[in-house]
Design a protein around this ligand. Sequence first.
Ligand code: URA
Ligand code: CA
Length: 446
Amino acid sequence: MGLRTVDLIQKKRDGHPLTADEITYLIQGYVSGSIPDYQLAAWAMAVYFQGMNAEETAHLTMAMAASGDQIDLTAIEGIKVDKHSTGGVGDTTTLVLVPLVAAVGVPVAKMSGRGLGHTGGTIDKLESIPGFTVEQPQERFLEQINRIGAAVISQSGDITPADKKLYALRDVTGTVESIPLIASSIMSKKIASGADAMVLDVKTGHGAFMKSLDDAIALAEAMVAIGTQVGRETVAIISDMEQPLGRAIGNALEMREAIETLQGNGPADLLELCLKLGAHMMQLSGRAATERDARAKLEEAIRDGHALAKLKELIAAQGGNPDAVDKPELLSVAENQLTVKADRSGYVHSMAAEEVGIAAMLLGAGRATKESEIDLAAGIVLEKKPGDRVETGDTLAVLHYSESASSEADSVASRVHSAYDIRGEQPAKGHLIYAVVTKDGVRKLA
Ligand code: URA
Ligand code: CA
């Protein structure tokens, strides 16, 4: 075709959209090594300043999705709906949603990741169940979904190598914070993983990647537009991450919280977000005509025990001990606990979610770097959350940690203590879900 990389960099620099062929040339050249880092970095910076239109963003997504393995889920009957969260603190939703939506007939083929930094990963959380394995050959993965309706495995193989290489480059060239680049990065992985449709949970607030509501909505719109362009219907929920979701932060602690939620005794915010996301998953898969109908079915699956039974089936199918559902002491349990107490009375106004996530990481619940070892039992349980009344001496939170982290415990406790903003007057009620973004536009709920 005689394309020259420098011409494409200049074209983008000057604000002109690139064609599908031009984008494919850049991505293939970058992965094969014929285009060097410095040229792709210059292009990424041009995108950072000039942006990309919806078509270009979709072309980039598909070029990255095609850069490595693509999972073929056609052997699974029905419309496969994936769910993705942009990452938060104590976000236990996937653990609840997988068995919940599988119980109402939505097939779930989930490939999840491990946690990094102050955000957790579903794979680590599931490994807190004794015996649970997250590695499976593709055939068994598909067979299990057809048999019981769900499987969760760790991302393996060579999915979107272009995204891996480009993300690492963006990380060191000041080009991470570009909405089209973030949107295409996330969507390329979902598309390569075989999803027919997607429900995205875009978090906003202190503990989220997108700190402002406007940025979260813009990212959601970009991802929904990609889905629409490439024929995979996508719905995004904008949800709050000003505070951690639910009460538990940490792998085994969140597994326990997910079990309680499926038993009907979970925290209200976690349940509500799961019902919202689950209802959209049901609608996209054709299992419910309206959100109301979907919600009623999901609530029924919790009430009648189907969702909990599905979790046991999933655990047994993946080599884990399903008794852990009824006996949570079989999950990893930490040797030590330390309570963080209020030193004044009043109301919890806010909590610094990211600080709490970092505190849990320091106790061993998360990885400071990709190579760090984690302690599945470690974490934090919040006894008080924004809006709650507290008296001096009340327990705000409980830290769970092993002997090896005990030298950190006091400093982590003071970190958690200072993450709480306690004031005299009662705060206004916060919001959990701000908006729903579909191909028809943005519907604000708060
Ligand atoms: N998460 C991703 O997967 N990609 C990005 O570019 C940013 C966040
Ligand atoms: Ca939680």
